[in-house]
Design a protein around this ligand. Structure first.
Ligand code: 0X9
Ligand code: ZN
Length: 381
């Protein structure tokens, strides 16, 4: 059965777009704006959506999309789990005074999950974390935090980096989901979840639905209790070794802020994701909203690329995502950045390799702002 990438719109009051997202239909949602949803569906499912009253426009057949974007050339410049490990080891070896590599856990299939700690003082009281690749197909989300680590180490003797590394620590985990990432190289470029074998025989839990704050409180397309769905929340909170590794790292290090990279859509998201209500604490809300807005301004200043700052749930609601948990449980600034590109026709989850560098360049000042915000926050220390 052939799959396609489709733009769904609606003029019918019988078939509102909001309903499409709030129903448990098992859809693979790629993009959401107020007047359209882009998703990947089987042809039969597309037909059913039309029968329900939706307008379904085929953007590409998935096969054609893959032959355009998932070329051999497009894979160059991106890491695999193995080359990432090599490169992280090299960074730690070249900078032994200020960097060390930690295995924070192992995936379902036993692959190590690596965290690079950067800073002059081990056990400082100011720490910030950058995470990447909860979702396997979002390769660019490995590259931005990896390049951040590399950049900090190469610029560690000039301010502002020197000041930050004297005072605190930056922890970088570029690949939370190595099994999924490997699977996108070997079997299916558009795989999203981890590689858990579920009851019933399907594979994969969505690591970005498996965290323990408000876990499982929604059962919709974008946060599903159906094991075969793209956004399967798992059998219980922290059922997956990949999320337990992050949970335990955060519990040990008590980061003052957590930023997690995803793709795509060019968004800067702040909690909540599980509800459309804003966070209650007004100072927290203002802090995260202002930070997201400032980060968007900084991104734009580099190559003119527009990233939209907004509350996570405005994209679509999810329960159990990373930043709801870090904010809900630890009350620290928590941001999800959805990287390039803006749309499926520009590559969607398969960002052309020549855009890795500009994507990193435009995100550097925003990442710096996040570090500055967390490590130089007035108050304690
Ligand atoms: O669905 C996700 O986990 C993130 N988008 S992605 O396309 N990278 O899969 C968004 C998570 C942000 N949280 C909410 N939208 N609630
Ligand atoms: Zn993602």
């Amino acid at each position: 059965m052939a799959a396609l990438i489709a733009r769904v719109t609606s003029t019918s009051t019988e078939a509102p777009l909001a309903w499409l997202l709030s129903a448990p239909l098992g859809l693979d949602v790629w993009e959401v704006t107020p007047d359209q949803v882009v998703l990947q569906v089987e042809e039969a499912q597309a037909g059913r959506l039309e029968a329900m009253g939706y307008d379904v426009e085929q953007l590409r057949m998935t096969e054609g999309y893959l032959s355009t974007f998932a070329t051999e050339a497009a894979a160059t410049g991106y890491h695999t789990a193995a080359t990432l490990e090599q490169d992280l080891r090299r960074l730690a070896e070249v900078h032994p005074e200020i960097a060390d590599l930690h295995e924070i856990g192992r995936s379902v299939e036993g692959r190590p999950q690596w965290a690079l700690r950067i800073g002059e003082r081990r056990g400082s009281d100011r720490k910030v974390a950058f995470l990447g690749c909860h979702h396997a197909r979002e390769w660019i989300s490995v590259e931005v935090p990896f390049r951040l680590a590399e950049h900090l180490l190469e610029h560690s003797s000039a301010d502002p980096v020197q000041r930050w590394l004297q005072r605190g620590e930056v922890w970088v985990v570029p690949m939370v989901n190595p099994d999924g990432h490997e699977y996108t190289h070997t079997h299916d470029r558009l795989w999203r979840k981890n590689r858990r074998r579920n009851r019933g025989g399907s594979f994969g839990v969505d690591p970005n639905r498996n965290y323990g704050y408000m876990w499982g409180t929604l059962n919709i397309n974008t946060s599903s209790h159906v094991p075969s769905d793209q956004t399967y929340v798992g059998p219980r909170a922290f059922s997956e070794p990949e999320t337990r590794a992050v949970r335990d790292l955060v519990a040990r290090q008590l980061f003052g802020g957590v930023l997690t990279y995803h793709s795509y859509s060019q968004l800067i998201l702040y909690p909540w994701g599980y509800t459309s209500r804003p966070v209650k604490d007004e100072a927290d809300l203002r802090g995260m909203r202002d930070l997201a807005e400032e980060m968007a301004r900084l991104v734009k200043g580099v190559h003119g690329t527009a990233y939209t700052p907004q509350q996570s749930s405005r994209l679509y609601p999810t329960a159990g995502d990373t930043t709801d948990w870090t904010y809900g449980e630890y009350d620290v600034p928590s941001i999800t950045v959805e990287l390039r590109p803006a749309s499926a026709l520009e590559g969607g989850f398969i960002l052309p390799a020549e855009q890795i560098e500009p994507c990193w360049e435009e995100n550097r000042p925003a990442a710096f702002e996040f570090i500055r915000h967390v490590l130089e926050k007035p108050g304690e220390g």
